[in-house]
Design a protein around this ligand. Structure first.
Ligand SMILES: *[C@@H]1O[C@H](CO)[C@@H](O)[C@H](O)[C@H]1NC(C)=O
Length: 422
């Protein structure tokens, strides 16, 4: 009895965390009497998650219903803090009134998605952001705030994504762009599986999405990325959903007797559960060589080559390298001097899922006739991906660690070569 009680507590503490959550924030709405957002008014809101996350989640959102007064409007909106149990937002309205901004929010504890905030950007312009996950090669943008002084016509888009950065551009329609004083947005990037993008919609008024098949383990997201606003009435978008068991559809109708503001948005299904797991490179063959070098002092103590990538390291130091996903398998050459009386021990990650015998392990004793040792490991991956390596080269050791962005960020040793005393 007593033992099983203990086991239950241990299970609970490791599996009790939530991994994702979503909701609709409705307090920034004129129907809430205290919300009179104009002339310098501001209001924070704290949103509690349905449970506790293990790590601070990433939070992103879209504006599901907006009603922004005509004449100069300056509203700012941002996420100010995120904890494992809640997040906080701050809205402020410097001039005319924001009648409502209903916020559909999403929180996820998964590194296959990366959220980059660019809240309340004054003097909007193109901008490049650093990204961490080299496999986050897909993405979208979602408008979060705006300040305009007249007619506006703009569209945000991701013009390029590399393994370490993403560039957001904004169209600049002459005569109108100057009226756009501030915009905020979130850039959300992710791995291929993260998003199903149904494409850009450009409604000029009333809009009906038609029935969209519901995707399992995915959220539906309306990524507002542009407005074409004639400055004649309020900016209004009211998203109304009609769902069946298998489909979802939404409309932008008429509101207060006027059709809604022409806009540009993308329809995206976002994964909150993933099937592809990012794992370290596994070594499936390793050839070795031993020979005599007459003068070890003229050779680098350790020579590392990433074959077919033109990457050679011979100097002590720490290096980062991202192996292009088109390179498969990954061939590596390691050559090192093995002075008389020492031994060399080499280990190569063989099996990610094994609990024992995870490494190929090779040890040679060194002597004068065999004082130069080579290892030629070949690595494979479960599926095509960029592999991010951290290389630590010392005079008598080499360690290569792989950085993995999966549900969590982890670092896993894949190569370790050391010169040791016999
Ligand atoms: C990866 O390799 C392919 C094919 O050689 C090349 O077209 C592409 O530009 C490379 N990608 C990066 C990020 O270097």
């Amino acid at each position: 009895m007593f033992t099983s009680f203990i086991v239950l507590i241990i299970l609970d503490s490791s599996f009790g965390f939530i991994k994702y959550d979503t909701g609709l924030l409705k307090v920034y709405d004129y129907e809430v009497s205290s919300f009179n957002c104009q002339n310098g008014f501001s209001k924070t809101a704290t949103i509690n998650f349905a449970g506790t996350f293990e790590n601070q989640p990433q939070v992103f959102f879209y504006l599901e219903k907006i009603d922004l007064e005509r004449a100069e409007l300056e509203f700012k909106l941002s996420i100010t803090t995120i904890t494992v149990t809640s997040f906080q937002t701050l809205i402020s309205c410097a001039k005319y009134r924001v009648y409502r901004t209903q916020i559909r929010w999403f929180a996820i504890d998964d590194q296959r998605i990366e959220v980059i905030n660019n809240f309340n950007m004054i003097n909007p312009d193109d901008k490049t952001f650093q990204i961490k996950n080299p496999n986050a090669q897909y993405g979208f943008l979602t408008l979060t705030s705006i300040h305009f002084t007249g007619q506006i016509d703009f569209q945000l888009s991701i013009s390029s994504i590399t393994t370490n950065s993403a560039t957001v551009t904004i169209t600049k329609v002459s005569g109108k762009f100057a009226n756009l004083k501030q915009i905020g947005y979130q850039l959300v990037v992710g791995v291929q599986e993260a998003f199903i993008n149904l494409g850009l919609m450009t409604p000029t008024g009333g809009f009906s999405s038609g029935a969209l098949p519901i995707q399992t383990n995915r959220w539906f997201f309306i990524a507002l990325q542009g407005l074409n606003y004639n400055y004649a009435d309020n900016i209004r978008i009211e998203t109304l959903f009609t769902n069946t068991a298998t489909t979802l559809s939404y409309t932008f109708g008429a509101w207060q007797g006027v059709t809604e503001t022409p806009n540009r948005h993308s329809q995206i299904w976002i994964a909150y559960q993933f099937t592809y797991s990012y794992k370290a490179l596994e070594c499936f063959s390793v050839r070795t060589s031993r020979r005599e070098a007459f003068d070890l002092t003229i050779l680098p103590p350790i020579y590392l080559e990433l074959v077919s990538l033109n990457q050679i390291y011979t100097t002590i130091g720490n290096y980062n390298y991202i192996i292009n996903k088109s390179v498969q398998p990954v061939n590596i050459v390691i050559l090192l001097g093995c002075p008389n009386g020492k031994k060399v021990k080499a280990e190569f990650n063989k099996c990610n899922s094994c609990s024992t015998q995870k490494f190929y392990s090779i040890t040679y004793n060194c002597f004068n006739k065999m004082n130069y040792v080579g290892f030629y490991p070949v690595f494979k991956q479960a599926f095509q991906q960029y592999n991010q390596l951290k290389i630590n080269m010392q005079s008598s050791s080499l360690e290569i660690t792989q950085v993995l962005y999966d549900q969590k960020i982890t670092e896993q040793l894949i190569i370790k070569v050391q010169i040791l005393n016999q």
